[in-house]
Design a protein around this ligand. Structure first.
Ligand code: ZN
Length: 502
């Protein structure tokens, strides 16, 4: 298919945009070989983004992210229209559409070309599987895009990619990228993976920044209801962040190959509560006039995904067999963090442990049959991996605390992992976890691992809770836990540790 740019169709907005494109094209002064994307959004037509890109071809392939949008045969290209290419002189270049979101461009590697295309923002008219999966959306207060949904890329080795915006006057952009010029909303992005794994919000939303050491957490709040609660959300985030930093002894330390010092959290009101993490960024949709449960889920998603910047990004499992640790132990610390900031009290903590986790564990048909090391089951068997991993974390925490008079805990294991693997390209394995847990408790955990991690034996979670000052029973698919009437001494210390107090 060969297409030509039809200037006759251009309206005044396009002319304004063309001038911006010319001026933006100037920032490299012809010396830089960086690919440059210019994103144009017209305030009167926010459901259309026009993208212009100048790129140096590494090969003859154009593509969008291979992650997500699996429900469409053309994947993310389902939302792309009017893709055109031309030489810098303006001659049209043929583009062939290939399977998925891939194209072949009839131009030589090493040549610079211009691409232009439209992204139609009607992702929300379709069903998305497994969370929201990187889908873009629009609201009265602006638009949300993931890198997956908006960027057509070329090559593998691009560095310092420029992304610039042409947006309505009253709008701003919240993005995780570095400012690259004195002009507003011109950014530099490390590489194509970072570009594809990013997200941004452009609109009249509000932004809030939390900084600790060299690490920044950027919040974008959208929607009246959310903005009205922004103090509450930022206090929550600061409380959780300080709890995690204190636990590990520092801010996230990713591997040098996947370095980041900024993380975005985009919160918008929506018809349903949902959330996801892409790269190092978190998108949360909160149901308008949501009940207590949707408030809990929204906070839970944030605290869980945020913990992954340490457990998952600072120290990373080598294989699927440690997925239970990454997800389940993260769930345990998520509850502790929500207790720490006062969102949960002891009763609601224990109720959540049953309602969100134990019930799913008990109902999951893989429990007792498959072992925790089968991390590939995590989507189909949430109860096994996410809940089972959490109960394993609780069991180990109680074992370590009770065998060391509460001197050590699972916190020591977390700190060791952070210290040993943080900022390196090395990952941990099951043997490393077993040895750190054995070391922390001072007793060999090979038997525990053989039964409950490598083997499919259920975790008797009530037994481990009863090491502390709890009265726990597992009855008819429920974990019924109460506090003993008089709790003092070592039992109290174990209980406090379980809630994250010490
Ligand atoms: Zn997770």
């Amino acid at each position: 298919m060969t297409t030509k740019i039809k200037f006759a169709r251009i309206n005044p907005f396009f002319i304004a945009l063309l001038f911006t494109f010319i001026s933006v094209s100037g920032f490299g002064n012809g010396e830089s070989h960086s690919d440059k994307y210019q994103i144009h959004i017209d305030g009167n037509n926010v459901k259309t983004a026009i993208i212009e890109c100048e790129m140096l071809l590494e090969d003859d392939q154009l593509y969008m992210s291979s992650i997500g949008a699996n429900q469409f045969s053309s994947r993310w290209a389902h939302f792309i229209q009017d893709l055109e290419a031309r030489s810098l002189k303006g001659d049209p270049i043929q583009i062939d559409t290939l399977a998925g979101s891939n194209w072949k461009i009839h131009a030589k590697p090493g040549s610079r070309i211009k691409l232009k295309y439209i992204v139609k923002l009607d992702h929300e008219n379709f069903k998305w599987s497994g969370g929201v999966d990187g889908a873009a959306y629009s609201r009265e207060w602006g638009v949300f895009y993931t890198g997956r949904s908006i960027f057509i890329m070329n090559g593998q080795h691009k560095k310092d990619i420029i992304v610039a915006f042409n947006i309505p006057k009253k709008w701003k952009v919240s993005s995780p990228w570095k400012n690259s010029s004195s002009q507003p909303y011109v950014y530099s992005v490390n590489n194509l993976t970072t570009l594809s794994d990013s997200m941004f919000f452009a609109g009249t939303h509000e932004e809030y920044l939390i900084k600790r050491e060299n690490f920044e957490l950027i919040f974008a709040f959208g929607g009246k209801e959310i903005i009205a609660q922004k103090e509450k959300f930022t206090a929550m985030a600061e409380g959780i962040m300080d709890y995690y930093i204190n636990l590990f002894g520092g801010v996230p330390k990713p591997s040098p190959e996947d370095s980041f010092d900024k993380s975005m959290v985009i919160m918008s009101s929506s018809s349903n509560t949902d959330g996801e993490v892409i790269g190092n960024h978190i998108s949360i949709l909160l149901k308008e006039n949501g009940d207590m449960m949707s408030e809990l889920i929204g906070r839970f998603i944030f605290a869980h995904e945020f913990f992954h910047l340490w457990n998952g990004k600072s120290f990373t499992p080598l294989g699927n067999d440690c997925e239970w640790f990454k997800e389940g132990v993260t769930n345990y610390y998520t509850l502790k963090a929500l207790y720490h900031i006062g969102f949960l009290d002891q009763d609601s903590y224990l109720k959540t442990l049953n309602d969100l986790f134990y019930q799913r564990y008990d109902k999951d048909k893989a429990v007792g049959i498959h072992s925790l090391t089968q991390g590939d089951l995590k989507h189909d068997h949430w109860g096994l991996i996410y809940s089972g991993g959490m109960f394993t974390g609780i069991a180990q925490d109680m074992i370590i605390r009770s065998s060391t008079s509460n001197e050590n805990s699972l916190d020591n294991v977390m700190r060791q992992l952070y210290k040993k693997y943080g900022g390196t390209n090395e990952g941990y394995d099951l043997a490393a976890l077993e040895s750190l847990m054995s070391e922390a408790s001072g007793s060999d955990q090979a038997g525990f691992f053989k039964n409950h991690i490598l083997g499919p034996k259920r975790i008797p979670v009530s037994k481990y809770l009863n090491m502390g000052g709890f009265e726990a029973q597992e009855i008819d698919g429920n974990l019924v836990v109460g506090l003993k009437k008089e709790v003092s001494g070592p039992e109290k210390e174990l209980n406090d540790g379980f809630f994250g107090i010490n």
